[in-house]
Design a binder for this molecule. Sequence first.
Ligand code: NDP
Ligand code: 8X3
Length: 252
Amino acid sequence: MTKTAMITGATAGFGAAAVRRFASAGWRVIATGRRADRLKKLVEEFGTDKVFTLAFDMRKPDAIEAALATLPESFRKIDLLINNAGLALGTAPAQKADLAQWNQMIETNVTGLVTITHKLLATLIAQKGAIINISSVAASYPYPGGNVYGGTKAFVAQFSLGLRSDLHGTGVRVTSVEPGMAETEFTLVRTSGNQTVSDNLYKGANPMTAENVAETLFWIATLPPHMNINRIEMMPVNQSFSPFQVHREGAA
Ligand code: NDP
Ligand code: 8X3
């Protein structure tokens, strides 16, 4: 039986790579994001039988509702929701951060994610399907400037575990995927388009690729249906942990 996945944030990075991974394996995929031109390219690549696109802003619940209402019958029985759309904005310490950026991260990474999840839960239960939420290592390990971004990802990880409790007995699987550094448009977005900062961050670090993450998503989704990966954390070998910072009184 052909399965159907909805993948949010499919215009770039992990989402676009996941659309390609699942569609190549024969899945029907609903690809979402704001940039309709990029979504169109995915349809051109795989055809209208395999990929259906919905262009909407995760921050607009009415737009989500309206978009879902346009799904054709053949794409309605969603077996897998990959809640991937999200972003970090800024690296300033909390005391210097921009409140509008904080709100945008919360509205996208938290409110948008729970809105879509809520709207699709009945379908996912009927399908005995699965939800994969993209959290981050930033959910578990704080770093300077991570403030609200890390907070949103901690929410995603904890929400995933909570969903798992609530969905007990329904057959629906829930996973929190928590990647570290992966080269996508993530840092370009975080720095408001600074390509040099983005390139320098990844240079020589041999970061994970979007395809590495997509392969992990595909593995999780295609495990035997009695198995649930609760949470999975991964990093490039060249990224690890650093010591706690200690402020010494009287020091400059
Ligand atoms: P990209 O910037 O490459 O892709 C982000 C995707 O999210 C885009 O498709 C973008 O689509 C979509 N998106 C952002 N805001 C909105 C919005 N308001 N409405 C609809 N779609 C939106 O980043 P990644 O692929 O790296 O990020 C994917 C997820 O992985 C994010 O949740 C991120 O936090 C997480 N992550 C990333 C890591 C990394 O190192 N790259 C590590 C750990 C987690 P569009 O702009 O077209 O709307
Ligand atoms: C982003 C991962 O390592 O850049 O979610 O904080 S990291």
